[in-house]
Write a protein that binds this ligand. Structure first.
Ligand code: HMG
Length: 384
């Protein structure tokens, strides 16, 4: 039995309240809070980048045993800090993992961490005494005043994959799908993503519908075999747009349970925003940390991973005995409670802040460290 043994997330401690943003953009706040389904959006300070967020998510999970037995570090990201060197190689050093591990990044928009999880599960199936560290870390940026502005966010999720996992066993059958499309992309020369918003929504929904049809055909499972479905959540209404047509079509007896658990799975994303690769796993944590009375060991959870461009996968897992004892719900509540509500002016300034690197590749910040990260980005020295 192989699956997720430990899981944690990190998000920076600064956010913008979306009702406040709506007022400044001249939009009815209900469009953001109900139409999109978002309340707050994490805004990263320049001192939190994809590497530091990834390290901040992973380090609370690691024991000495983990540091000595993690042979594979995989980071899914679409907002790395270098075109060549992997985020995973920085993580290997920052966390002090033993030297004989391999470290690599995987890229396919928001799908990268799922590719990493599947690679890690296969690796541990082959080497049952070894472990893998899988991280999804990203900063989502569409630009101030853009149509995607309200669906930005920042954060990282870290998972340890092992034999006899303490949280969820990943089942063997999954179905993936690829179609080369331009629903959302970011050319190398652009700091912000380009998106065809309506098309991206349609693509997400049709990938889910096609994959579910194929998955149920291959497995003979129906929605009634599931206690909950977790979705990649670019905003919290998105997963529901995909799930509702299926509930209407199949009319499962457990429809109310699936809808109730969908709500639980959206709690964290509603207050953090889109964290791209980590988003599906943030939704999983939100579910298992909030739906404690309606979930039990052996319950089957469905996962829908979607990465624009586009690649998607439906896979499943079964919760294991005493999974509730391995969750960090209290720490997560504290992280989200102790955040700073930014004014629109501070949000704008932070959004526009850029590194000004001199010709020798130097830029060290001269600023007070107000962010909440144990790890943080201090600047560059000689292009390093
Ligand atoms: P928009 O044009 O700002 O919004 O774009 P809209 O006009 O479509 O309205 C959104 C919803 O608000 C609608 O509800 C309106 O009716 C409702 P719906 O019909 O969708 O159910 N609404 C209101 N509700 C209550 N009170 C009101 C009100 N007014 C309107 N007064 C869009 C929205 C999401 C397209 C935009 O924000 C965007 O482009 N976001 C970025 C792209 C995105 O998130 N796509 C999702 C699928 S692709 C994906 O998930 C991959 C991704 O994560 C990237 C990756 O893989 O790396 C993005």
């Amino acid at each position: 039995m192989v699956g997720i043994d430990k899981i944690n997330f990190y998000t920076p401690n600064t956010y913008i309240d979306l009702e406040e943003l709506a007022k400044h953009r001249g939009v009815d706040p209900a469009k953001f809070t109900i139409g999109i389904g978002q309340s707050k959006m994490s805004v990263p300070p320049i001192s939190q980048d994809t590497v530091s967020m990834a390290a901040n998510a992973a380090y609370p999970l690691l024991t000495d045993n983990d540091l000595n037995n993690i042979d594979l570090i995989v980071v899914g990201t679409e907002t790395g800090v270098d075109e060549s060197k992997s985020v995973a190689s920085f993580i290997h050093d920052l966390l002090g993992i033993h030297p004989f591990a391999k470290s690599v990044d995987l890229k396919q928009a928001c799908f990268g961490a799922t590719a990493g999880l599947m690679m890690a599960v296969d690796f541990v199936r082959l080497h049952p005494d070894k472990k893998a560290l899988v991280i999804g870390s990203d900063i989502s940026r569409y630009g101030l005043n853009s149509s995607g502005e309200v669906t930005q966010g920042a954060g990282a999720v870290a998972m340890i994959v092992s034999s006899n996992p303490k949280i969820i066993e990943i089942e063997e059958t999954s179905v993936s799908m690829t179609k080369s499309i331009f629903d959302f992309w970011r050319p190398n020369y652009s700091k912000t993503a380009i998106v065809d918003g309506k098309f991206s929504n349609e693509a997400y929904i049709s990938f889910f519908s096609d994959l579910w049809e194929e998955y149920s055909k291959r497995t003979n499972l129906s929605l009634e075999d599931f206690s909950a479905f977790c979705f990649h959540l670019p905003y919290t209404k998105m997963g529901k747009k995909a799930l509702l047509p299926l509930l209407e079509k199949e009319e499962p007896k457990n429809k109310d349970l699936l809808l109730e658990n969908y709500q639980y799975s959206t709690t964290y994303s509603r207050d953090i925003g889109n964290i791209y690769t980590g988003s599906l796993y943030l939704s999983f944590m939100s579910l298992i940390e909030h739906a404690s009375s309606s979930l039990n060991a052996t319950d089957r959870i469905g996962f829908f991973s979607y990465g624009s461009g586009a690649v998607a996968e439906i896979f499943t897992g079964k919760l294991v005995d005493n999974f509730k004892d391995s969750l960090l719900a209290a720490e997560h509540e504290k992280l989200l409670t102790n955040r700073i509500d930014l004014s629109i002016e501070d949000y704008t300034t932070m959004f526009n802040e850029e590194l000004s690197i001199d010709s020798d590749g130097n830029h060290l910040f001269n600023q007070d460290k107000t962010d909440n990260g144990v790890f943080f980005f201090k600047g560059t020295d000689n292009h390093q």
